[in-house]
Each structure stands twice: as structure tokens, then as C-alpha cells.
Design a protein around this ligand. Structure first.
Ligand code: ZN
Length: 120
């Protein structure tokens, strides 16, 4: 492999890791936001996309949010905020879409940072 190709692939790998870390951070924020809200209506969360500087809000019912949190690889984001290189859309809703991580190392990162992950 040429040095330049190597640098390129390394940067791509680091970029993917950064995206996964951003998403993991927003998930943690949302776990805190869920607790403080009336569970009967629409709850407000931050978009869990990995884009730098995204501070958009999304609304989900508690049940919708809980369904996503059942899978550590899934995140709720605004339509159009997905990053096709690192995730695929698995569900489309009016207010949000659900993306799922498939590749390594992102899938591993988001699984290990899952706040609901049982302790070993
Ligand atoms: Zn976003």
C-alpha cells in the first residue's frame, strides 16, 4: 500500500470513529433528557447524528425512543443527517429516521459506550 493511500484510509477510519463518538455522546445526553420530561406526550431529544455542530432537536414518543435504545447500534436522527459511509437507515418516520451502525470500528464503539449496557 502506498503511503498516501495508507494516510487516506487512516483518516477515514479516524473520521468514522469520531462520528461514532459524537453519536455516543448525544445518546448519553438524550438518556438524561428523557428522564426530565412528561412521558405521556412527545419528548424532545437532540439529533443523534455524528455531524459536527449539529444541535437540532427531534421529537419522539417515549415508546419510540425506548424502541431505539433496545439496540445499541441504533440512533434517532433527522432525515438527511445520515452519513451513508458509516450507517444505514433502517426505519423512516415523519419526525425522524433510525440509523444503524454496521461497520467496524464504529459498531464496536457504540456498543461499548451504550449507557444501558449491562456491567460485565
Ligand atoms: Zn443532526
Amino acid at each position: 500500500m502506498k503511503a498516501l493511500d495508507y494516510a487516506d484510509s487512516l483518516m477515514k477510519r479516524e473520521g468514522k470513529q469520531r462520528v461514532a463518538m459524537n453519536e455516543a455522546t448525544f445518546r448519553k445526553v438524550n438518556e438524561g433528557m428523557e428522564v426530565g420530561q412528561d412521558p405521556s406526550g412527545l419528548l424532545t431529544f437532540v439529533c443523534e447524528c455524528g455531524r459536527l455542530g449539529c444541535n437540532k432537536l427531534i421529537q419522539l414518543t417515549r415508546a419510540e425512543y425506548e424502541a431505539i435504545r433496545q439496540n445499541p447500534r441504533r440512533f434517532a436522527i433527522l432525515d438527511g443527517h445520515e452519513i451513508p459511509e458509516v450507517e444505514g437507515i433502517v426505519e423512516r418516520h415523519d419526525r425522524y429516521v433510525v440509523v444503524e451502525k454496521a461497520g467496524d470500528p464504529e459498531a464496536e464503539i457504540v456498543e461499548h459506550t451504550d449507557p444501558r449496557r449491562p456491567l460485565d
